[in-house]
Design a protein around this ligand. Structure first.
Ligand code: FMN
Length: 365
């Protein structure tokens, strides 16, 4: 379906992919203790996040280069999320610009993901552009100041700079469905938010430049600085340590996303689900706690909420839906997960999200 190099870019993780696998398998270490006599004939899956209503406790995580999977892929995903009544977070590395995405899906919460760059003025610029374009929240990712060692990408030549072999290019051309779909979009693939008008930089040069931009000595004072720049809800993404959850609150952050970047950065890092209870304990309800990594089933969402998460996010499942069917594919993925969450709640005797608590969990010995 997708050229191998692109499939691996989405599917793969860092090094031995321990963290990638553990993100999913961690959910198996905890079981649900259903109480089927809850007397609920209907369920309400909606939640409130930063004053906005989401139809389900699940939203779309930021994923770079979605536009490689489907023409105008970011807009397609954002529209599907909006139709499902949930939020979409745009990646800093989107193919489209953040301003273009703002015109594509206006009806639902739209968040922008960014980094702290060496050049703080560029960080300020992205935050100000996001504010001007009406983004509802800013997410600062802190686990990617250095790019993880993604060996599949290196093997495939899908690295920076790209070193695609002739064989790999030939194999790409054999993926006819993708090629036909993308033929007019391919020449326009770029990192939209980084394009400088009048600068004739090619994609490789731009990608190389992007690698040098993140602040290598990231510190809490930088979060404090960003807090002063962005007035709306500010989330920090890539927290696993409980004390960092507490620090985030102390530095004025409104939300923490417990995440290891889908196992794409530090291999050997804890699974997001394993780290969740510690962060929830440390945050003590003073900020919203979100989680991503390995969420593949509605029951995973219910387990994460039972451990105290306020909302879950999906990265790859959204991208697989996009690769298969564009907007309709993402809509289908969100609908499958919505139905699974509803069924897991129904079978557990739960009628609303607030009813989901740690009492429905058991840790098998
Ligand atoms: C192809 C791909 C690109 C990603 N790009 C970004 C990004 O630009 N910024 C970011 O903060 N996280 C990025 N992520 C991480 C996701 O936001 C999220 O943390 C992760 O995918 C969650 O794990 P899951 O894929 O198991 O759902 C990316 C993930 C994937 C798979």
């Amino acid at each position: 379906m997708l050229p191998r190099a692109i499939f691996d870019f989405v599917d793969g993780g860092a090094e031995d992919e321990y963290t990638l696998r553990r993100n999913e398998s961690a959910f198996d270490a905890v079981a649900l203790l259903p109480r089927p006599l809850g007397g609920s004939a209907e369920r309400d899956l909606s939640i409130s996040l930063f004053g906005q209503r989401l139809a389900l406790p699940l939203m779309v995580a930021p994923t770079g280069l979605a536009g490689l999977l489907w023409p105008d892929g970011e807009a397609a995903s954002a529209r599907a999320a909006a139709a499902a009544g949930t939020a979409y977070c745009l990646s800093h590395a989107s193919v489209c610009t953040l301003e273009a995405l703002a015109t594509a899906a206006t009806a639902a919460p739209r968040w922008m993901q960014t980094y702290i760059y060496r050049d703080r003025e560029f960080s300020r610029e992205i935050a100000e552009r996001a504010a001007a374009a009406g983004y509802d929240a800013l997410v600062v990712t802190v686990d990617t100041q250095y790019l993880g060692n993604r060996e599949r990408d290196i093997r495939n030549g899908f690295a920076i700079p790209p070193r695609l072999t002739t064989g790999e290019v030939a194999r790409m051309a054999l993926k006819l469905g993708w090629l036909m779909r993308m033929r007019s979009a391919i020449p326009k693939i770029t990192f939209g938010n980084y394009v400088r008008p009048g600068n004739a930089e090619d994609l490789t040069a731009m990608a190389e430049r992007m690698l040098t931009l993140p602040e290598p000595g990231l510190a809490w004072r930088d979060i404090e600085w960003l807090r002063g720049v962005w007035r709306g809800p500010l989330l920090i993404k890539g927290i696993l340590h409980p004390e960092d959850g507490a620090e985030a609150v102390a530095h004025g952050v409104d939300g923490v996303i417990v995440s290891n970047h889908g196992g794409r950065q530090l291999d050997g890092a804890a699974a997001a689900f394993d780290a969740l209870p510690g962060v929830v304990d440390a945050v003590q309800g003073r900020a919203s706690v979100l989680i991503d990594g390995g969420i593949r089933r509605g029951s995973h969402v219910v387990k994460a909420l039972a451990f105290g998460a306020d909302c879950c996010c999906i990265g790859r499942p959204q991208l697989w839906g996009l690769a298969v069917g564009g907007e309709a594919g993402v809509a289908h993925v969100l609908d499958i997960l919505r139905r699974e969450i509803d069924l897991a709640m129904a079978l557990s005797g739960l009628s609303k999200i607030e009813d989901i608590g740690a009492d429905i969990l058991s840790r098998p010995s």
